[in-house]
Design a protein. Structure first.
Length: 372
């Protein structure tokens, strides 16, 4: 779940929006407008719209604070956080490393619902201290934010992985068993049970007359089911990659091409004939860059005869390389983190080969077939 729209940084963490955020933002504003119009029609359409938009924006601020709490606990324990993304179902912190202990996992998970509960409590206490009728726009805003954040805290504590409650469950099982993989599998199974319950409840409510609200519950259940299944599969992936080095899977005859070669000749003579997708650009006997179909597609076809590989290559200084002795698991994590399809394998400044996602997938398929 990556951000398509960057909003800036907080505490060094990139904050962004996924396109699906606009859908949920619109639905929340429409829902709040309908709710406020039904309870306080005397406000008028203009005031209702302004209050609905302001309340919706403050709700997303509270979601951001929820995710920021997760991220700050992670960064304070040397777990880098790439970004926080707000999307249709809330927010997600992209923490690049797994917790190193059950205690850290517990607090990383628990601090999010705790933050939401504190925000909800502050809103309700402020409303109580200020007093006044709920027909006051400010009071209505505080009450809604208070109850919705308390509900968010309670929802996230449901023991369904990868919800925060599921991660708390994983931390407890990890603490009891001392086995992080076993705890992940157990929490993921619990997450699947919770997901099926959500799907069944959503379908039941839909046919019971709840309409879109029932479908929304079922959709949340479907999302949890997919996420918990992926979490379960990741444990098997980690076992399959355990002890495997980059050198065991990489292609050793990394194809090299001269930087002066134009794109037209490169595509016709190398790219299409060989079927390979990653080439090392060499100039004066030295490796200077990397070129893939991605770089070629950025150039208009009419310009191919007049554009050289040197013009479009990714300079070697901008390309993340990997050592042949590195674990295949760490190489795959690097590819996922930086959204790369291949990595040059370099030892002592010398190109040893190329590692691609396709090679890793092929290895995993073979491993799965042999261990059925």
């Amino acid at each position: 779940m990556r951000s398509q729209i960057k909003l800036g940084k907080l505490f060094g963490i990139e904050i962004g929006l996924h396109y699906s955020w606009f859908l949920i933002a619109l639905l929340i504003v429409l829902s709040l407008s309908s709710q406020f119009h039904g309870s306080n029609p005397e406000w008028g359409d203009g005031v209702i719209l302004v209050v609905a938009v302001a309340t919706g924006m403050l709700f997303f601020v509270s979601l951001l604070l929820h995710e920021l709490a997760h991220s700050l606990v992670a960064t304070s324990n040397n777990l880098p956080v790439k970004e926080i993304t707000l999307f249709a179902l809330g927010g997600v912190s992209q923490i690049e490393k797994n917790p190193t202990s059950a205690k850290l996992e517990f607090w990383m998970a628990f601090v999010g619902p705790l933050t939401s509960a504190v925000i909800g409590g502050i809103c309700l206490l402020t409303a109580h201290a200020v007093g006044g009728a709920s027909s006051n726009p400010g009071m209505a805003m505080l009450l809604w934010l208070g109850y919705i954040n308390l509900s968010l805290a309670a929802f996230n504590l449901i023991p369904g992985y990868p919800l925060d409650g599921g991660r708390v469950l994983r931390a407890i099982i990890w603490w009891k068993t001392g086995d992080p993989d076993r705890s992940t599998q157990a929490a993921a199974r619990a997450g699947q049970v919770v997901a099926f319950c959500f799907i069944a409840l959503g379908i039941f409510r839909f046919f019971g007359g709840a309409g879109i609200g029932g479908l929304w519950i079922a959709f949340i259940g479907w999302f949890l089911l997919q996420a918990s299944r992926e979490s379960y599969a990741q444990v098997g992936l980690a076992h399959a990659l355990k002890g495997v080095r980059v050198a065991d899977v990489m292609t050793r005859d990394g194809p090299a091409v001269e930087g002066w070669l134009n794109l037209q000749n490169f595509v016709e003579q190398e790219l299409l004939r060989t079927g390979r997708r990653c080439f090392i650009v060499v100039e004066k006997g030295e490796m200077t860059g990397l070129v893939t179909p991605h770089e070629i597609k950025q150039i208009d076809r009419a310009k191919w005869p007049f554009t050289t590989l040197h013009d479009v290559m990714r300079p070697i200084g901008d390309v993340r390389a990997v050592a042949p002795d590195a674990s295949l698991k760490s190489a795959l994590e690097s590819m996922s983190r930086d959204d790369l399809n291949q990595l040059p394998v370099v030892s002592n400044g010398h190109l040893e080969g190329v590692l691609s996602r396709a090679q890793i997938i092929s290895y995993l398929q073979t491993h799965a077939e042999l261990h059925r």
